[in-house]
Design a protein around this ligand. Structure first.
Ligand code: MG
Length: 380
């Protein structure tokens, strides 16, 4: 593992539980490096560039997309992983893969697909990320999916209903029997929270949907803003915002690192097996968790539910459900390979096809199939 020493609580690629389809070792790379590389090279990863994080992909060139979000998560997660002696490659692999199953149009796309798929088991983007790496990518001669290591797949599956867990096999076992995934997965998960709650502030301010003064009610933001303004009284607002967010991210990273190490030591954890047997050990301290919760509540109320965001997201939900109903009633409109899958798998294959679409592909397909434009989503 480059640049750090492995702690006894880290996952060890040489002791991995292995791949579904056994493969000879890759010269010069660990098994987790190889997983990370396969994720970077897969189709679903490239499509993240054109999928919405909060703002529709064409609304501006400066907003986060799912791709830049995933890279920010990986960067934050690796920083923490290195500081606490975890396997950086495994942490990075899980972070880069965590949103591979996301639909077009962010959470509204997932909600719409979940609603129309209700009679057939619903749709959950996290579970879909696992489907992408286990089944949907078709690149390798010997198997479907990317044939990733057990630890990476287990880390991608963040949550799972017990009713479903039984059908997913070993990667979902902890949802039936209790226990935790490796710390690399726990850190990737919390790094996701650090990344989006900070970059959404930045994007929301940039879009003019949030006022900087409204953020005075958010303690984490307010205290760093005050400190920056004290140190640099003449700073232009964009730089004040950037410097404030930079310091927020640093504080969250440092807190998560220190609190996780504290808990690991307090629990006397000396092995990965003990990590797995314990309740989650990666955590923020109580005051920082409160700060982060307050920030997330602010974003939910002021940004995610902002009327200007809701108008776009309502339209997006309509596009996704229209596409689903259209392909269901006219499966001949599906591309041949998806038509074949729909004959075998029914509605699930249609959900897989729609989930794989980028924002703009979905908008174009919708216009082509229905002959209607959706002005709220039109790039103009
Ligand atoms: Mg994410």
């Amino acid at each position: 593992m480059a640049g750090s020493s492995r702690a006894p609580w880290a996952a060890d690629p040489a002791a991995s539980a292995g791949r579904l389809h056994p493969e000879p070792a890759a010269g010069g790379r660990t098994e987790f490096q190889r997983d990370r590389d396969r994720i970077v090279h897969c189709t679903a990863f490239r499509r993240l560039e054109y999928k919405t994080q909060v703002f529709i992909n064409h609304e501006g060139d400066l907003y986060r997309t799912r791709l830049t979000h995933s890279i920010e998560v990986a960067q934050i997660a690796r920083t923490i992983a290195r500081a606490i002696g975890l396997d950086e490659d495994l942490t990075e692999a899980i972070a880069l893969a965590h949103d591979l199953g996301h639909t077009p149009f962010g959470h509204s796309g997932q909600d719409a697909l979940d609603a129309v798929m209700r009679p057939w088991g619903g749709f959950e983007h996290n579970l879909q990320s696992l489907r992408v790496v286990e089944q949907l990518e078709q690149r390798y001669a010997g198997f479907d999916g990317l044939n990733l290591s057990f630890e990476t797949r287990e880390g991608i599956l963040k949550r799972c209903r017990p009713a479903l867990a039984a059908s997913l096999g070993d990667v979902a076992e902890r949802f039936l029997r209790g226990g935790s995934p490796c710390l690399e997965a726990q850190i990737a998960n919390l790094a996701d929270e650090i990344a989006y709650s900070n970059h959404d502030v930045d994007d929301g301010l940039r879009a003019g949907l949030i006022e900087i003064d409204a953020l005075a009610a958010v303690e984490l933001f307010a205290r760093h803003r005050k400190a920056v303004a004290r140190q640099y009284p003449a700073l232009a607002e964009r730089r004040l915002v950037h410097e404030t967010i930079r310091r927020m991210i640093s504080e969250l990273i440092e807190d998560l690192t220190a609190e996780t190490l504290r808990r690991v030591r307090q629990a006397g954890v000396q092995s990965l097996a003990q990590v797995r047997a314990s309740p989650p050990l990666a955590a923020f301290s109580a005051p920082i968790r409160r700060d982060l919760t307050q920030l997330k509540q602010f974003l939910t109320e002021r940004l995610y539910r902002h009327p200007r965001v809701e108008v776009v997201m309502d339209a997006a939900r309509g596009v996704v459900s229209d596409l689903f109903e259209y392909y269901r009633s006219q499966p001949q409109a599906l591309p041949p390979e998806h038509r074949d899958r729909a004959e075998r798998l029914g509605e699930r294959a249609i959900a897989d096809y729609i989930a794989g679409m980028t924002d703009r592909f979905a908008i174009r397909a919708h216009r082509h199939l229905t002959g209607r434009r959706v002005p709220e989503l039109d790039a103009g």
